[in-house]
Write a protein that binds this ligand. Structure first.
Ligand SMILES: [Zn+2]
Length: 310
């Protein structure tokens, strides 16, 4: 595997300007600071699974300052043990747009979607039907990318499906949400990175999720954006704070994966609070908790509008 060019990997820098706030970091949860911050900043959680969240969960997210969420099609797409059919995948896409979108809006959240078939769960029969119908779903104004995709076994079939979806993403100029496989994340991500490079897919349109600390230098060197999400197996909150402090905010996006298993519903406001407590500046926090996700989703706001919004 060829090495990625070293780019954008800043060494240790002073991203904490220490000039903001001035209040002592005495609140153990940090939520006091989160509330202070979100009064001025709409947070974006760039990877959730709405169909795993209750109405109360959605209400809580909105009350803790999350204004927009990116809902990804999930790996299984189906009831446990059920067959991964084209019909099931297409039904999931339909339900995300027609059932989950109104639920999210009702809770005060603006929904965005990343839709696609995870190659590990692509049906043997019916893949062409899904790929034929997927562009119509992707044309919905709330759909901002293809995802979540990735490789689990990384066999020939998975690599074929991934390549077909990456070709579609390139054609439509859409970003892709990439997830690491649960059992062997580093091997899986290396293989996805190799496929992305083989296809010359633009690195700036890739958000890689479920990363481990050991993968960060390689993924940054490849030019990808990285989803930082606290998880018992992968990244702790202090590690996330250290990564932002060390590498700067430009390539990181905060996500929770809420709605999937034991993922922390309030991961994004919680990390924001800890970044604030650690002395990271509001400008840095704004990048990782909002602006980078908007840029990836092609929803960057004009400066004038942002200025008016205060
Ligand atoms: Zn997911």
């Amino acid at each position: 595997m060829s090495r990625c060019d070293r780019q954008g990997a800043k060494g240790p820098t002073g991203w904490a300007d220490g000039s903001q706030g001035g209040a002592p970091a005495t609140d153990s949860t940090g939520f006091r600071y989160a509330f202070a911050l979100v009064q001025r900043l709409e947070l974006i959680d760039a990877h959730v699974h709405a169909d795993g969240l209750s109405d109360a969960d959605l209400d809580t997210l909105a009350r803790f300052g999350v204004g927009r969420v990116v809902v990804c099609a999930h790996d299984g797409a189906l009831e446990p043990g059920a067959e991964a059919t084209a019909k099931a995948w297409l039904t999931q896409f339909e339900q995300l747009l027609t059932v989950q979108a109104p639920r999210l809006k009702q809770a005060g959240l603006s929904p965005l979607f990343a839709l696609g078939v995870h190659p590990a769960h692509a049906p043997w029969h019916g893949l062409d039907e899904i790929l034929h119908k997927l562009p119509a779903f992707l044309s919905d104004p709330t759909v901002v990318g293809i995802g979540a995709v990735g490789l689990k076994r990384a066999d020939e079939r998975e690599r074929y499906v991934l390549a077909r979806e990456l070709e579609l993403a390139a054609e439509l100029r859409l970003p892709v949400w990439v997830s690491a496989p649960p059992l062997d994340p580093e091997r899986g991500l290396r293989q996805v990175a190799a496929t992305l490079r083989e296809l010359a897919f633009p690195a700036e349109r890739v958000l890689v999720g479920q990363v481990t600390p050991g993968m960060v230098p390689l993924l940054l060197a490849c030019g990808f954006s990285l989803a930082l999400e606290p998880s018992a197996q992968r990244l702790s909150v202090p590690e996330i704070v250290r990564l932002v402090r060390r590498h700067g905010p430009n390539r990181f996006v905060l996500t929770s994966h809420a709605g999937d298993g034991s993922a922390d519903l309030l991961a994004v406001p919680s990390v924001v609070a800890h970044l604030r407590d650690a002395g990271l500046s509001p400008a840095v926090i704004r990048r990782v908790a909002r602006d980078n996700a908007l840029r990836l989703a092609g929803r960057e706001e004009p400066l004038a509008r942002r200025a008016r919004a205060g």
